[in-house]
Design a binder for this molecule. Structure first.
Ligand code: PMP
Length: 403
């Protein structure tokens, strides 16, 4: 007789899920996801309320740009809406190939491969290049998609302290002594929760004597750092010295998608063997065409990137003057450090009442005690938008005793 038959009580098979959700609520970590009812831009309609948008990754304001909309609509007329297959079987359209060539030229690399998302790009490249007998050395604050990519392969793992090149060198020396067949050092370019920039120049210098491969995830540097937004490799003038760049088309580029950029051989290998390329359908024609239009805009002018940085400088200056702590930020990602998650949640809720949409971020996305409101600057913000946002932060900050 089975256990179920003897007890006769229905078994609550999902009790563990209920418990986990209750725990999240109790500890103030339950994420209330708001629904956006308008197009992306500096103002949004959220839960029926018009609010200033301080939390999207739409760095350059391209998510609703007329050129990208037009390109997407034209692609729908010509190609329809779906790719209908994975890239390696019958899903590669000439649009995908055009995007790859255009991205390679924009980034100044030999070749690129376009994937469905930045997340997928990390899942594609890390397990393909690394396996048993290899070592991956990773910054302790690397993005979840890097961590998951690393988990997908059988290589050994080591962590170095955040942006600490001396600690990385120690890991490289240890790796050398152990005689791994390959070593790959992986880092975010711009860290998405703190907005700090990895010292990629120093990392490359540390790796070169050991022949260690270097990979950077440039998700938040794309369209932000470097000449006209060409990214972190351009920012540090490291062309040809970084082996693998992972990029996203879902942030500054304003659409959705990802890519891997680098040496033509590596890209050819990815086309043959990368699992998200072989086993998950291609990006849609309108997405792909809109990405090409984004590259067009970025190649034509630096105006969007320049405006993003003007806004960033102004906002940070004013917030620091008011007494807010913006942490380690060096980029348009501006964390407003608050400490405990319940305070950050309350701060975000009050900001929303004041007409500002800026989400709180707590554990496990950031360490316990490091909860914050993460403000994301955009080229689409006008000076008035910024002043309104700053005034709301001042009001709520004083009310909650933060400043
Ligand atoms: N890498 C980093 C560093 C990111 O911040 C993100 C997005 N949060 C990704 C990869 C994933 O990009 P995508 O949204 O295109 O999947």
């Amino acid at each position: 007789m089975s256990l179920r038959e003897t007890t006769k009580k229905p078994v609550d098979k999902l009790a563990f899920v209920r418990q986990s959700l209750d725990d999240l609520r109790k500890t103030g970590l339950y994420n209330q996801i708001r629904a956006i009812q308008s197009a992306q831009g500096s103002w949004l309609l959220v839960d029926g309320k018009r609010v200033l948008n301080f939390c999207s990754n739409n760095y350059l304001g391209l998510a609703n740009h007329p050129d990208l909309r037009r390109a997407a609509m034209t692609a729908i007329e010509e190609y329809g809406v779906g790719p209908a297959a994975v890239r390696s079987i019958a899903g590669t359209m000439d649009l995908h190939l055009e995007l790859e060539v255009r991205l390679a030229s924009f980034k100044g690399v030999e070749a690129t491969i376009a994937l469905q998302s930045g997340f997928n790009a990390n899942q594609a490249v890390i397990p393909l290049l690394m396996g048993e007998g290899d070592l991956i050395i990773s910054d302790e604050l690397n993005h979840a998609s890097i961590i998951d990519g690393v988990r997908l392969c059988k290589a050994d793992r080591a962590i170095y302290r955040h942006c600490d090149v001396a600690d990385l060198r120690t890991r490289l020396v240890e790796a050398n002594e152990k005689g791994y067949s390959k070593v790959l050092v992986i880092t975010d370019g711009v860290f998405s929760m703190d907005g700090d920039i990895t010292p990629l120049d120093k990392i490359v210098e540390a790796c070169e004597p050991y022949g260690a491969l270097v990979m950077v995830d440039d998700a938040h540097g794309e369209g932000v750092l470097g000449k006209g937004g060409r990214g972190i490799v351009d920012h540090f003038d490291l062309h040809g010295r970084v082996d693998i760049e992972v990029g996203t088309l879902s942030k500054a580029f304003g659409v959705v998608g990802g890519y891997v950029a680098g040496n033509a051989l590596v890209i050819e290998y990815l086309r043959q063997r990368a699992r998200p390329f072989l086993f998950s359908s291609a990006s849609t024609p309108p997405d792909t065409a809109a990405c090409i239009a984004a590259v067009d805009l970025l190649e034509r002018s630096t105006e969007f990137v320049d405006h993003l940085w003007e806004n960033t400088r102004y906002f940070k200056e004013q917030m620091v003057k008011l007494g807010f702590d913006t942490g380690r930020s060096q980029t348009p990602i501006v964390p407003i450090m608050l400490g405990e998650a319940p305070l950050a949640q309350e701060f975000s809720r009050r900001l929303f009442e004041e007409g500002v949409f800026a989400m709180s971020i707590g554990y496990p996305t950031v360490p316990q005690g490091k909860a914050r409101i993460r403000v994301m600057m955009s080229a689409s913000h006008s000076p008035d938008d910024l002043d309104q946002g700053i005034a709301a932060f001042q009001k709520v900050g004083q009310e909650l005793g933060v400043i």
